[in-house]
Design a protein around this ligand. Structure first.
Ligand code: ATP
Ligand code: MG
Length: 332
């Protein structure tokens, strides 16, 4: 069984996309679309797993995320966008996968475990949230995805996906290819508050759609070194979010090294390094912001891109499900 590589990624429309997504968007999706068949899915159903009471929030962010995609340069002529809830075969495939995974295995998944803790779901986790790795496997395999660009928080989910693929193929025959996770050079961007991960739901994100003023405010309130009170004091670079971001986004590595040395000896103020970061981020985000505004002039067109892509995935999904039904003896 030979498969040409197929790339699938997706994001949850729980908010617009942020800097944590940006490196992956630019290094992976914008590049991979030239080499492979690429699908980008808006995971509205998955977004509901931890937003049960906020359907309006999810709905209103679907086109925001689409705007982010086209603004960073994911090209609708090369990439097929689709929306998860309009592909019912994903739900169907999820049900069939449920029997291949134990509840204990889901509970032990490190990503799910961490998220349950973060969200305080210990006693109240829903079946839908607990099993999201299964539905994510259905998202990927419904188009027979082989390469999946993700942040490193998703690696255990992909690993679990491959266990499902292997079980399925062993029991019912070779239908699905294995999945390979692809990490960018920044597999996890910390939040502006110094927490391990920038995330839409943690209030520590700089959004691609933030205005220059908002970006400046967010950088100015970034976590640095709480012990660095006076400019003359020696400061710490480790765990200092401004330096972490400079390491990632500043092309001038030599100057960053010099700044770090200066900061550590004392005499370099937080405001100076923050101003440098603001200028850098502005250079990075202002063309994206501009393109985003252009696309936002015609939202009907943006929606049309999503619906046209979804229509073509409906055909692919129906084809995959026919194969699944035959292999599972469900083709009456
Ligand atoms: P939420 O807070 O709603 O969970 P999120 O910010 O975690 O949102 P998702 O839509 O859950 O974003 O994640 C989409 C993809 O982006 C995943 O592959 C995830 O690993 C990646 N990603 C999210 N945050 C970061 C980050 N800070 N650094 C690198 N990758 C990230
Ligand atoms: Mg997330």
């Amino acid at each position: 069984m030979l498969h040409k590589d197929i790339v699938l990624t997706g994001d949850r429309p729980t908010g617009p996309l942020h800097l944590g997504h940006l490196v992956g968007l630019l290094q992976q999706r914008v590049v991979l679309q030239n080499v492979y068949k690429q699908y980008v899915m808006i995971a509205d159903i998955q977004a509901l797993t931890d937003n049960v009471e906020n359907p309006e929030k999810i709905r209103s962010n679907v086109l925001e995320v689409m705007l982010d995609y086209v603004a960073v340069g994911i090209d609708p002529a090369k990439t097929t966008f689709f929306i998860q809830s309009m592909i019912p075969e994903i739900a169907e495939l999820t049900v069939l996968y449920l029997n291949l995974v134990t509840v204990n295995r889901l509970r032990r998944n490190p990503t799910v475990k961490t998220e349950i803790q973060q969200k305080g779901y210990e006693e109240t986790v829903t079946a839908g949230f607990l099993m999201y790795p299964i539905s994510q496997t259905a998202d990927i395999t419904i188009v027979k995805g082989t390469k999946v660009p993700v942040g490193d928080d998703q690696l255990p989910v992909i690993e679990q996906g491959n266990e499902i693929v292997r079980s399925f193929n062993r029991i019912y025959g070779p239908v699905f290819p294995e999945i390979q996770a692809l990490l960018s050079s920044t597999p996890r961007l910390p939040g502006t508050d110094g927490k391990a991960k920038m995330s839409k739901s943690m209030g520590n994100a700089i959004f691609l759609s933030d205005s220059a003023n908002v970006v400046a405010q967010k950088v100015m309130s970034m976590y640095t070194d709480p012990g660095h009170i006076h400019v003359a004091d020696p400061g710490t670079v480790e765990g200092n979010v401004v330096f972490m971001y400079l390491d990632i986004f500043d092309p001038n590595k030599d100057e960053v090294t010099q700044l770090k040395e200066h900061y550590q000896r004392g005499g370099l103020g937080d405001v100076t390094i923050k101003r440098r970061l603001i200028t850098l981020l502005d250079g990075l985000l202002s063309p994206i912001r501009k393109k985003r505004l252009e696309y936002a002039q015609d939202m009907a067109h943006v929606k049309q891109i999503l619906l046209a892509g979804t229509q073509s995935v409906q055909e692919v999904a129906a084809h995959t499900m026919r194969e699944v039904r035959v292999s599972m003896k469900l083709d009456y």
